[in-house]
Design a protein around this ligand. Sequence first.
Ligand code: SF4
Ligand code: SF4
Length: 422
Amino acid sequence: MNAPTEAQTLDMLQTAPAGAAALSRPTPGAPMWLLAELTYRCPLHCVFCSNPTDYAAHSAELSTEDWLRVFREARAMGAVQLGLSGGEPLLRDDLELLVAEARKLGFYINLITSGIGLTEKRAASLKEAGLDHIQLSFQDSTKELNDFLSSTRTFDHKNKVAAIIKAQGYPMVLNCVMHRYNLPHVGRIIEMAERMGAEFLELANTQYYGWAWHNRAALMPSHAELIAAEEVVDSHRARLAGRMKILWVSPDYYDAKVKPCMAGWGAVFMVIAPDGVALPCHSARMLPGFDFPKVTEHSIASIWRDSDAFNRYRGTGWMSETCLSCDEHPKDFGGCRCQAFLVTGSAEATDPVCPKSPDRHRIDAAITAADQAAGLSTPQPLRFVPGAAQGGGMLFRTDANSRALVAPDSGEVEFAAPEGAG
Ligand code: SF4
Ligand code: SF4
């Protein structure tokens, strides 16, 4: 799954309840942005996938009726944007029906897809059902790297899908997750988007959650690689002004400012996982000590307003003294709880990317390691290896790897070498 785009999150930021974090436990507004992760199934195996690494332990999926009830309840509470994501949402046979019903309810509907499974016929049916927007992901501008990073032969098909989307008259919105391997190609990625007639290109630098957390050492760019890529983006942005909007989402680790994650915990955003677990953000499932409520057992209203899970980090009552005494907390809400947990072991900690965080040294150490690795590695050329060959390196998002991460004795974790040897 690709997370909702930065633009979408920024949209929500502009509509977030003003000063919400200034109250120790504010009354929540509406869950304006509903992300429906329809399935964790996906034909691709991206090394940076933001799905939970234990997704294979959660294979149950809500029925069509359950999803429609979720949509109705969320809409009644004021939800306006509906993201349909996964895994690969096109794997759901009821996608057209879900879109049609969501449209009748008045949602603005965005399909977030790898494109695999989008035929001309299906694109037309989705258009007829009322789908507003499709976000198509690419892994790179080259077939070799695109196919390597997803461990599938999908580049050519994605190109066809881009043409199908364009032919249906959708705005062309491309997304590419950036990291050490494809940052040197950023100019070519922009030119590819230009050839496809994209109106919008999101270059989302990898944030380190989910599978990307496991692959952090392999994916993290050096400072110099990042700056060089940003300069290329700036030059293309000036050249394409008025024709294509390019959004460069910088990686949290390298940012001087802490991001207001999800516009605040439980402020505007609600994710429903494929099995009906409701989450304040798409990564929260891995946080320990939570009993995340299920939509099959509770109404959306009670989950949003009353559940411990959605209330735990609302307001300021949970904040460390570092954040409480800082003028920034009404704007950045203390940053990301998932990042805090992964890096420090405590979800209550100040976001470790913050320069004021007592754990900032952990981020600096990762950056130093990436800077040192940049001089050593020769990651090109990469090529597709059927079945993700052994050899040490990156951990692909596969069912077998997911099961092995949950129960390390249950099977072997598969690795693929960055060199693609096999
Ligand atoms: S494997 Fe890739 S395409 Fe599939 S859900 Fe994850 S990021 Fe998206
Ligand atoms: S100390 Fe807390 S509130 Fe202040 S900038 Fe850092 S994360 Fe934000």
